[in-house]
Design a protein around this ligand. Sequence first.
Ligand SMILES: [Zn+2]
Length: 254
Amino acid sequence: MHLVPLPALADNYIWLMHDDHGDAFVVDPGDAAVVEQALANLQLRLRAVLLTHHHPDHVGGAAALRLRHDVPVYAPVDERIDVATEQVSDGDLIRLAAPRIVFEVIAVPGHTISHVAFVGGGVLFCGDTLFSLGCGRLFEGTPAQMLASLDRLSTLPPDIQVCAGHEYTEANGRFARAVDPDNPALQGRLQDVAALRALQLPTLPVTLAVELATNPFLRVDSEAVGAWGARQGVGPDRLTRFAALREAKNGFAG
Ligand SMILES: [Zn+2]
């Protein structure tokens, strides 16, 4: 299987996966033209569309793709996603025949209430829940929901490839460094990220292991983030610390 991030819109990634027989699916096609171009360039047939959440930069191209290719569109149960042909919820399995792969659906509320992630084939498609060195804004859910969602993703195999919905890594990295300045794993990742971005290359996918070692939103229980919380004067419990971290990122201008 081949995994290809397609840059789209301002800073989105549409994720395309395909096998060696020319069968492909895409995740969160915010722009149909980007997908059509990739299908043509790589000589692929589109077989399915997967959607993580209802935001237009993730679903905007799905209707056009469905019309042109007559493919199933898998999406969470949410009346705002009227392009869905198959509604999926936590624990469901999505079995694609071509390319042959099975995904488990995981409910990850926080960024939006109905947000889901797809796990299969050693890959995690997590939309706007988990980013490299960051996490999604809380548009609809509570800090408790987002923390529970991130806790769940943290238990996946550490070698899983994290495929997030945006190229936010550099900006996230500036905040992560302010929170956790003495973390050598973070410093190494920031060097890698700077080198990739200088060449205009994606910083994704990244392994969960790297995120667990570097992403402050996955490290609320670490000594470093605990010390950050103490410096901010927030209470000792992890949810309060997580909420303060998410709040501080919103206001971070670094
Ligand atoms: Zn979103």
